[in-house]
Design a binder for this molecule. Structure first.
Ligand SMILES: Nc1ncnc2c1ncn2[C@@H]1O[C@H](COP(=O)(O)OP(=O)(O)OP(=O)(O)O)[C@@H](O)[C@H]1O
Ligand SMILES: [Mg+2]
Length: 308
């Protein structure tokens, strides 16, 4: 080893998150739930200990893509002022025998060294897929490595907050969902009106606008995801640029550009919700998707889904 190599450690995977709930627009119900379920037990462990209520185990955030799961996970770390370790499935899946488990244990080891800390496992359903595919062997070892880490979370590893996210919670390896593991699940629905307004605001920041009424646009974009809203704004910007190129006149972005653009974007949460409805109908016997079910039952959602 070179003399000047310093301590023999892997590069730190920790991230400092500046983001808090204040930067997450709307989503008041989800924020409140996360506050009760995750943040309070974490910042007031003595209260939970007094009532003999263990705060261990992981929390699974699930819902349609582009609706704020990753954003919320980061904001939870930011709210608690904790270092954030993000485990993308691509980070851990490795073609080298045994490497995937090593990566998982390296991340957890680093998080424990720095604890209290948040470990976030994104797209956790992909591990289940890896298990089914040709790399079945690796998927199984990866799941086992993860289970081992998770089972430690309630005990020696106190001070680790383990969050996971999935668009397809029904595909998550059921071993990962058992009590003490990701047994607490939070549905992150499509952004509500206030969240849509916040997302549009962020997307239009730094762009010259004239007469743009975000509230009206937010109202007209029910079931649009963050990604759909981004696509809407991008379409409107393209239209404006096109006009500038045609006329040579540099115009600001107006409400009409955005209204025209949103008519061309299909809210992508519709697909997800239709799929979710099937799962809820056929496999909600244990009530595990009750939150999705009640969301689907909302009048506005039902109307969009069934056209009635
Ligand atoms: N409530 C919100 N306030 C502000 N921005 C939001 C909100 N919800 C989503 N966004 C923005 O929308 C985009 C998608 O959000 P995010 O990446 O958190 O979604 P996700 O649920 O993790 O999606 P995926 O399942 O594809 O990973 C991001 O740019 C995010 O900043
Ligand atoms: Mg995400």
């Amino acid at each position: 080893m070179a003399l000047d190599a310093g301590p023999d450690t892997a590069p730190s995977l920790a991230e400092e998150v500046g983001l808090t709930f204040a930067e997450v627009g709307g989503m008041d119900d989800v924020k409140k739930l996360l506050h009760r379920m995750i943040i309070l037990p974490f910042v007031r462990p003595e209260l939970y200990a007094k009532y003999n209520r263990s705060a261990g185990g992981g929390v699974l955030l699930y819902g349609p893509p582009g609706c704020g799961k990753t954003l919320l996970a980061r904001a939870i770390a930011g709210e608690c002022g904790l270092p954030f370790f993000s485990v993308g499935i691509d980070d851990v899946v490795s073609p080298f025998q045994g490497q995937a488990e090593l990566n998982v244990s390296e991340i957890f080891a680093q998080a424990r060294d720095l604890r209290p800390a948040v470990v976030f496992i994104d797209e956790i359903d992909a591990i289940g897929y890896a298990r089914q595919r040709a790399q079945g062997e690796m998927g199984r070892r990866l799941t086992n490595a993860l289970l081992q880490e998770l089972d430690g979370v309630g005990r020696s590893t106190e001070g680790l907050l383990v969050l996971a996210a999935s668009n397809a919670p029904w595909d998550v390896d059921s071993a990962l969902l058992r009590p003490g593991r990701f047994d607490r699940r939070v549905f992150v629905p499509p952004p509500d009106e206030a969240a849509r307004e916040a997302i549009l605001d962020v997307r239009l920041r730094g762009v010259e606008t004239s007469g743009v009424d975000l509230r009206t646009l937010a109202r007209a974009t029910e079931l649009f995801t963050g990604a759909d809203l981004r696509a809407t704004v991008e379409r409107a910007l393209d239209e404006v640029i096109e006009t500038v190129l045609d006329t040579g006149e540099e115009i600001p972005v107006g409400q009409q550009h955005l209204t025209a653009a949103l008519a061309q974007v299909t809210p992508s949460a519709l697909d997800w919700l239709a799929r979710a409805r099937d799962y809820v109908e056929f496999s909600n016997a244990s009530g595990q998707w009750a939150d999705v079910e009640s969301y689907l039952g909302q009048r506005a959602v039902r109307r969009r889904l069934t056209g009635r």
